[in-house]
Design a protein around this ligand. Structure first.
Ligand code: PLP
Length: 483
């Protein structure tokens, strides 16, 4: 009896996939070391490390093995081969598309929530983290200024939130073949996709042109609504931009709200891109009127510095959201604990959902709102500096001024008199050259059909020298290519 006292207790494995406790710890510590090493050396790494399909096929095509291997060997090799061969979206000089740079506590919180395997479809299975989602949604509601009757749900991203919003807007429409949705020509592609998915006829999706400054043209919008009404159609929903992806420009939301009120239409504001800038005075002013919307999309994995995936839909009338999505099958009768116990599966498409609010909660509680505000303001300021640099350059031409973290420009050196095709080729080559160099990544777009380079500063990791360094690199690359 005495002999057994100091003997380590034998652990009964949890199941066939269980590892030894020590091995589990070592694997976890190793994962953290890999991530921290990546984090602290991010600035010195290439921004882009992709590859062609044929290279990837050669590296990865294989049949799944029958036998087991060392977890440590598989993990380290896989990290090396798979996770490092990608664009580094959180790199200080990633200015392409829409950057994203999570905070470290939010990354760890996400990993922990995964490890706890929280099922956040029902209250019964996730009481505390469902409550945390309610609180986080309330923070967002207050930041945006929506009324207390509003509420929402965290989604996988902005596209999913836009889809839910359009489903909601059309949920009690009987003649969908007559219903019309109005988008701006600067609206995100996910809106048109969502409109099609929820059943709007292609011919009833109106893409309204924008004015010179890329805001939806109110006169054309009013004209389109009038025409549709007189043709016996039913104007149903207007989608406004709370920061367009191309240029960062915000639509005149107060005017859109007035039109919607007058015509009894649903106003959806897609603020996936710019929404969290309401945390700054500048962003709040740009997005004035957002609180008047019937629904708003936000995307915390963009300007709230959260790891993928987390988007958000806020709806002015929460009851509508629940009545549109709620289905109560027999096998879920045990989860009906009364209306105050929210089952998030009643507010959207997903039954099985991860605990997305947890990472937001942890990172906001860690850093406090002052720091979040400052990080967003920093992006706004850096892009204004970029605009000033572009305006003063002899070889760069400003195409759209700084708007919510985006500036568009092109290389168009004085004295070269390049035509449109030559300009496009030169700028495309410059963008490719910069990406291939590994130093930075910018992307391109088209503005009124003309090729433009687009610099989007959203990462909390970016500094002044990164932004100006990329513009200098653009000028130098142009000189090299024009020689
Ligand atoms: C304005 C806007 N709406 C919607 C989306 C889609 O969001 P997600 O990629 O999170 O689905 C984006 C993404 O960049 C966006 O900028």
């Amino acid at each position: 009896m005495q002999e057994n006292i100091n003997k380590p207790k034998q652990r009964v494995p949890l199941g066939p996939f269980d590892l030894e406790e020590q091995e589990m710890r070592e694997l976890g510590y190793k994962a953290i070391d890999i991530l921290v090493d990546r984090w602290v050396s991010l600035r010195d790494k290439d921004v882009w490390a992709g590859g062609s399909r044929s290279e990837m096929e050669e590296m990865f095509r294989e049949s799944p093995p029958e036998e087991r291997s060392s977890a440590m060997a598989v993990m380290t090799e896989s990290v090396d081969k798979v996770l490092t061969r990608a664009a580094r979206i959180d790199h200080p000089r990633f200015f392409a598309f829409v950057p994203s740079s999570p905070t470290w506590p939010s990354v760890i919180a996400d990993a922990l929530a995964t490890g706890f395997n929280i099922f956040q479809g029902t209250w019964l299975e996730s009481a505390a983290s469902s409550q945390v989602e309610l609180v986080v949604l309330d923070w967002f509601r207050e930041w945006v200024g929506m009324p207390e009757s509003a509420g929402g749900i965290l989604t996988s991203g902005g596209s999913a939130a836009n889809l839910n919003a359009l489903f909601l807007a059309r949920s009690d429409i009987h003649r969908l073949d007559q219903a019309v949705v109005y988008l701006s020509d600067q609206g995100h592609s996910s809106l048109e996709r969502a409109a099609r998915m929820v059943g709007f006829q292609g011919s009833n999706i109106r893409v309204i042109p924008t004015t010179k400054d890329y805001r939806i043209d109110l006169q054309l919008l009013n004209g389109a609504i009038e025409r549709d009404q007189s043709n016996g159609l039913q104007p149903l929903v207007i989608c406004g931009n709370g920061g367009g992806t191309n240029t960062g420009v915000v639509d005149p939301l107060i005017d859109l709200a007035k039109i919607c009120k007058r015509e009894n239409l649903w106003l959806h504001v897609d603020a996936s891109y710019g929404g969290f800038s309401v945390l700054t005075e500048e962003g709040k002013s740009d997005l004035r009127g957002i609180h008047l919307a019937d629904s708003v999309t936000l995307d915390p994995h963009k300007w709230l510095f959260q790891p993928y995936e987390v988007g958000c839909l806020l709806v002015k009338n929460l009851n509508l959201l629940e009545s549109a999505f709620r289905v109560t099958p027999e096998y879920l009768q045990d989860v009906e604990l009364g209306l105050e116990h929210v089952n998030f599966c009643d507010r959207g498409l997903q039954l099985t959902r991860s605990a997305r609010a947890f990472k937001i909660w942890v990172s906001v509680k860690t850093f406090g709102m002052k720091l979040f505000r400052r990080a967003i303001q920093n992006s706004l300021d850096l892009v204004k500096e970029a605009e000033t640099y572009i305006r003063q350059s002899n070889s760069l031409e400003l195409m759209t001024p700084a708007n919510l973290g985006i500036v568009c420009y092109r290389v168009n050196p004085i004295g070269y008199e390049l035509n449109m095709e030559e300009l496009e080729k030169l700028n495309r080559d410059i963008s490719d050259d910069i990406t291939e160099s590994g130093y930075a990544m910018i992307s391109s777009t088209r503005l009124r059909g003309e090729f433009a380079l687009r610099l989007c500063v959203m990462n909390h990791t970016a500094r002044r020298e990164d932004v100006l360094g990329v513009l200098e690199a653009t000028e130098k690359t142009a000189q090299k290519l024009l020689l």
